[in-house]
Ligand binder design. Structure first.
Ligand code: DX5
Ligand code: ZN
Length: 217
């Protein structure tokens, strides 16, 4: 039973009002809160660090899902764990030693996620599945919200088959709307990140709409 979880990305929230924005999306049914950490090096944009995560943690009643788009990763794992992350996701492309990075995340007691850029094949996750709780399939090239969804449903299907009966989430990140959500859910994804689709025009749309739409297929 893979109940679909909706994880709004606060990358598209009002940066001056994170407390209120998080309360609004959780009141409207968000399952997780997705936090996009960017370093201006691994991706061409800059966002938050561990201090920001720590500041917003008391406002999150659900799950703090931290997506690290940074390289290197290892020097910062302890800081994000101490900031209260529940899930810490690192990119397979972030360095030569992703296996060590995932071990280090697991050693903090947090859930470990592995993210794959659009150009990275599903096979890149194959030897790492015993070390992860989540595989994040990027359906945009990371760095910015509001980009067009890349249809990688075959890759999602391949990963779900490869995962077999392991208890591993497949998260989709980028361009998720009520239109694209059913495609990836049908292919085996169960955590849907949505940034601009939820926080459109400065107001918080209803995240539950994504789940309702999927249930209808
Ligand atoms: C992109 C981020 C995503 C992004 C998704 O680098 O990892 O989480 O915020 O935003 P939308 O839903 O607008 O594509
Ligand atoms: Zn993300």
């Amino acid at each position: 039973d893979r109940k679909i979880k909706i994880a709004p990305s606060i990358l598209s929230a009002d940066f001056a009002n994170f407390g209120a924005e998080i309360r609004a999306i959780e009141d409207q049914g968000a399952d997780w809160v997705h936090v996009d950490v960017m370093d201006g090096h691994f991706v061409p944009n800059l966002t938050f660090g561990p201090a920001m995560c720590k500041a917003i943690r008391p406002h999150i009643r659900t799950v703090m899902d931290v997506h690290l788009m940074i390289a290197p990763v290892d020097p910062y794992i302890a800081a994000f764990a101490e900031a209260g992350a529940d899930v810490i996701t690192a990119h397979v492309e972030a360095g030569p030693h992703i296996h060590r990075t995932l071990q280090a995340i697991r050693a903090t007691g947090k859930k470990a996620g592995l993210a794959l850029n659009p150009g990275t094949p599903a096979a890149a996750a194959e030897e790492l599945l015993d070390l992860v709780d989540l595989v994040c399939v990027m359906t945009v090239n990371p760095g910015f919200g509001g980009q067009k969804f890349l249809d990688l449903t075959d890759k999602v299907r391949t990963l779900r088959r490869m995962i077999g009966d392991r208890p591993i989430h497949i998260e989709i990140d980028g361009g998720v709307t009520t239109g694209t959500a059913p495609l990836v859910a049908a292919a085996g994804a169960d955590v849907l990140v949505a940034g601009s689709g939820v926080f459109s025009g400065g107001s918080v749309a209803n995240p539950a709409a994504y789940g309702a739409n999927i249930a209808a297929i």
